[in-house]
Design a protein around this ligand. Sequence first.
Ligand code: ZN
Length: 685
Amino acid sequence: MTKEYVTDERRLLHGGDYNPEQWKDYPEVLEQDIELMKKSGVNTVSVGMFSWASLEPKEGVYDFEWLDQVFDRMNSIGGKVILATPSGARPAWMAKKYPEVLRVDSLRRKQLYGARHNHCYTSPYYRSKTQEINRKLAERYQNHPALLLWHISNEYGGECHCNLCQEAFRGWLKARYDNSLEKINQAWWGPFWSHTITDWNQIESPSPIGENLVHGMNLDWRRFVTDQTIDFYKNEIVPLREVTPDIPITTNFMSDNPEFIPFRGLDYSKFAKEVDVISWDAYPAWHNDYEETYELASKVAFINDSFKSMKQKPWLLMESTPSLVNWHQYNKPKRPNMHYLSSMQMLAHGSDSNLYFQWRKSRGASEKFHGAVVDHDGSAENRVFKEVSQVGATMDELSAKIVGTQRKSEVGLLYDWESDWALEDAQGFGLTTKHYPQTLQKHYQAFWEKDIPVDVITKENTFEDYRLLVVPMLYLMSEETIKRLNNFVANGGTLVSSYITGLVNERDLTYLGGWKKELQEIFGIEPLETDTYYPGDSNQIVYADQTYTVKDYATVIEVKNAEVLARYADDFYAGTAAVTSNEYKKGKAYYIGARANEAFNREFYNQLIEELDLKPLLKVEHNIGVSVQGREEADQTSIVFIMNFTEEKQIVNIIEKAQDSFTGEEVTGEITLQPYEVKVVDKII
Ligand SMILES: [Zn+2]
């Protein structure tokens, strides 16, 4: 049973990670913090992520006084506390006394104490100590009016290869394969290279110095790592559910940088089911020198819509930086107005918060130059503090209109962790040009540029919730997924898929006898070969009288019933089908056989948008680089953010009736947006 995290006041949360334990020797700093929070419109802090050594300085000796003060101070200004459990970093005394808590890497090297996020997820001792400290926290703050939400650990990730984890992996496999080595050997293609397993103890997790080429095992290991991490999380929350049954629970998810693709370490589609509210940490490298600002904005929107779609509920931005980070290759500060714009983008895509890492810059160690609301100068007058305050004021004003409102979409774009893992592992195609998540980003962008809301879904979502389902490069497809796609199209849905789709099953074993018959029926074709290009190779396709460039991949297709929409210009398959469409029962299925350029994606999806009459939340004419996104109330009123993600002025034309969300003035017609400017409007019905 999941819980709502909303506060009594139903307000947007503004604030972020606060580390008062680093400033216990500076009481004047702690006093200043409260005044600065009031000035910047901060109403929520997240505390305790890495505080174990401050909470339990010696085994069994606790100190909560400093944390009591944080709760009381926040309460005194009407603020709230998101309380973290401290398992992301353990005290030195624990690692010394109980070395089983330390992680072992894939080279079987036991890690020393240090850094963070390096504990074993299986260790019985670590699990019991975690429950113990979590129970203490819950008992101490269960009745405190400032307690808003539990934040479990921090950015779960990584894997452990210790003996305890090896045993757990074997146990997981026994459950998955009905205790049968025969089944394991079938699933993992055992006789290949004489890798038949004859005793459970022969199974070791993948390692660079051992087994790493049995793809079925690699895939199972990644599934196990997700399950074991979730199991550790579930162990953490036992006392919290018991002592504070009404306080909702989250843990902060991530994206993979610098490409800004979904985080590959854990299958979040499974993890999302276990939290009450999704929260995540967004650190896009704004103003970089390898992509346009709007391209990155589209990638951020993609991840936002992915987290939104996992629960179909508002989510929380748990961490972001008001200026810069300390861990990108180049740590460039946000330009003026970018912080405001990027914060509004989060609200537009379903966030009920803008929370930062961090409130105050550390004085020492690795995060001393990571951006913060309060810099080393302690000033409320610098550029960053002022822009944060502006965000705070706007959020305060918009709270009543936004909190809890939804985003709706008729388009689903499927991302699948297991397929991504399997394709990355596959030895074939272009080893560095597979680009599955990057390809999805490009397909998403074609809709984003036209302001058509897209849900980035997983296999856990219901396909029938959408009119259009976009499923490119779904390399791994179980028979069940094929059946679901078949039903979707048969019942009237429109499906788009592409090259490198439906090649292996959930065990990473190829399908025999050609492309699955069900897929052939849906698409009215059979892919015969996948041609992989060298980076210098290319081809062309002619689609709707225009020529588009093809790179990386081209599928040679045998057409059965489908209509041919584009043909190849070159190579031994010149003149044959490259893009097809097929009427199947009540629906339609498109197959894009080649990796064509962005111009093709734009044209192809524009035609589909027109054909299906897909509509943006508010009709606004604009150039590429402006994004119009927003949220709807149940009574159909909408709040819409018109955002300029370019370095130029943009004239946009608001076609439907709208009014300025702050002044109530009508803003229909042409308006000018300055670089990075955002206009917030209410759609008038
Ligand atoms: Zn372990």
